[in-house]
Each structure stands twice: as structure tokens, then as C-alpha cells.
Design a protein around this ligand. Structure first.
Ligand code: ADP
Ligand code: MG
Length: 261
């Protein structure tokens, strides 16, 4: 089981869109996938067709120890991946966990209970370096960082990298950056192209070849509670996320093959 945190403390860079659509794409390619919603806004939950206001259990109750992972698990509306859904009360978890024991390792402990059941666990982190994101980064093997190709794209990246460094020293030695993903790319924008070229120059091996284009179908799909594959499979957005899943799997297969030589 590989646990991948999708994180960037900037909001609106495509974390949730990537989490939902990568989950569906990996499932489409035959992988067993669990998506974990760690954002109180619960966009990944709603985007998976699960009504956040009707939940008995959620990542909130899970982190507080009030529900087990089995009790909290849901199947996405499209049925191809599992979900640990979020509800709005997750926003209070941070305050309630302040004095709790093992407050940073609660998600990790919960996920260990289902380790044999999934190939990939994707964590949709909130737009902040808070205790919820920390739980994600402690539970993760690697981090995927979605970023928009705009002028301030790199702003905040050093805070995230410094946080990762601290986590690597203290809480999770194995964590690494899996890759940076260019999202909402508009090829007609000169600025987007320039920023993209800069990213290629600086992050060569850490940058996914796949670029996610700006595509209105990707923005529409969540209002139907569906990943893009179940909404408009032939759209550019759907094809891009499938390609990303394939690129990721090819990379992991290659690394595994090298490790067994
Ligand atoms: P985050 O989770 O980082 O805050 P979201 O994934 O929620 O970001 O994306 C922010 C907004 O941009 C959402 O309304 C989403 O539907 C839209 N969006 C994300 N990716 C794309 C894309 N590639 N093309 C068009 N709209 C997108
Ligand atoms: Mg989000």
C-alpha cells in the first residue's frame, strides 16, 4: 500500500480535483484505491457523490477516536474507489486534538488497520499546514504537490519543504516528494508557459511530464458528484488524469524493478 498526500497550503491549486480524479483513474486502471478527505470543506467527499451533511461517521470522528476505520469507510457514488469522508465539524478537530495523545499519528494508526486492502491511499489535504495536514504527512510515504503555473506558484513552496524536512527528522523518516504537478494549465498564456519552463528547469526529475490543462468539464463534474471519468470520459481533463495515473504507475513499477535487481 502506497500512501500519497496531495498537499499545498495554497488554496485553489487543484488538490481536490487531483485527489478525486487520480483516485478514479487509478481505480480505472485496476488499482484498489482509498481516498481520504482531510479538508473540513469536504469537497472531495461531495465530489465523490457523498452528502457531507448526512454522515454518521467521518474523518472527524475517526481522528478523535469516536469511530473505527471500518465504520467510517464509504464507497464512492461511482463505486470504483473507497472514501473516508469529511464533514464540516472536522474544522474543530484541530482544537479538540490539541491536548490529545499521539495527535499527529492518528491517521497513520487508522490506515494501518486496512493496509492489506488497498494499493493506493490518496490524502486530500486542506489548504494549510495545520494538524490535519500534519496527520496526512505523517501517514504518507510521499507527497504530490499540485501547482498552478502562475507568477506566485513557488510562493509558499519553501514553507512546505521546510515542514517536510522537520517531519522527516522527527515524525516520518521515509517521507519524500513524489512529484510536482502542473495544474489548470492554459497553453495560450505566455506567463503559464514561462513559469512551466522555469519549473522544468529547476525540478526536472521531480516534475510530472503530464500537465493537467484548464478544462471546464473538470470544474463541472463535482456538481454531479462524479469524477471526470464518470462525467465526460472523452474530455481533455479526463484524458490528462488518466495519463497522470499511468505515468505514476510506470514510475512506481520502474522503481520497484530497480529495487529487486
Ligand atoms: P484546491 O483543492 O487546491 O483548493 P480545487 O481542486 O478545489 O483546488 O480547485 C479549485 C477550483 O478550480 C475548483 O472550482 C475546481 O473545480 C477548479 N479546477 C481545478 N482544476 C481545474 C482544471 N484543470 N480546469 C478547470 N478548473 C479546474
Ligand atoms: Mg481542496
Amino acid at each position: 500500500m502506497k500512501v500519497l498526500a496531495i498537499a499545498n497550503q495554497k488554496g485553489g491549486v487543484g488538490k481536490t480535483t487531483t485527489a478525486v480524479n487520480l483516485a478514479a483513474s487509478l481505480a480505472h486502471l485496476g488499482k484498489r484505491v482509498l481516498l481520504v478527505d482531510l479538508d473540513p470543506q469536504a469537497n472531495a467527499t461531495m465530489g465523490s457523490g457523498i452528502d457531507k451533511s448526512k454522515l454518521k461517521h467521518s474523518t472527524y470522528s475517526l481522528l478523535l477516536g469516536d469511530s473505527s476505520i471500518e465504520q467510517t469507510l464509504k464507497n464512492s457514488e461511482s463505486g470504483d474507489y473507497d472514501l473516508l469522508p469529511a464533514s464540516r465539524d472536522l474544522a474543530g478537530a484541530e482544537v479538540e486534538l490539541v491536548d490529545a495523545t499521539a495527535r499527529e499519528t492518528r491517521l497513520k494508526t487508522a490506515l494501518a488497520m486496512v493496509a492489506g486492502n488497498y494499493d493506493y491511499v490518496l490524502l486530500d489535504c486542506p489548504p494549510a499546514l495545520n494538524l490535519l495536514t500534519l496527520n496526512g504527512l505523517v501517514a504518507a510515504d510521499a507527497v504530490m504537490i499540485p501547482m498552478q503555473c502562475e507568477y506566485f506558484a513557488l510562493e509558499g513552496l519553501s514553507d512546505l519543504v521546510n515542514t517536510l524536512r522537520r517531519i522527516k527528522q522527527n515524525l516520518n523518516k521515509k517521507i519524500e516528494i513524489e512529484g510536482l504537478l502542473r495544474t489548470m494549465f492554459d497553453p495560450r498564456s505566455t506567463l503559464a508557459q514561462q513559469v512551466s519552463e522555469q519549473l522544468v528547469k529547476h525540478f526536472t526529475s521531480k516534475l510530472y511530464h503530464t500537465v493537467i490543462p484548464r478544462n471546464v468539464r473538470l470544474a463541472e463534474a463535482p456538481s454531479y458528484g462524479r469524477p471526470i471519468l464518470a462525467y465526460d470520459k472523452s474530455s481533455k481533463g479526463a484524458q490528462a488524469y488518466l495519463q497522470l495515473a499511468e505515468e505514476m504507475l510506470a514510475r512506481h513499477d520502474a522503481l520497484e524493478a530497480v529495487a529487486t535487481v
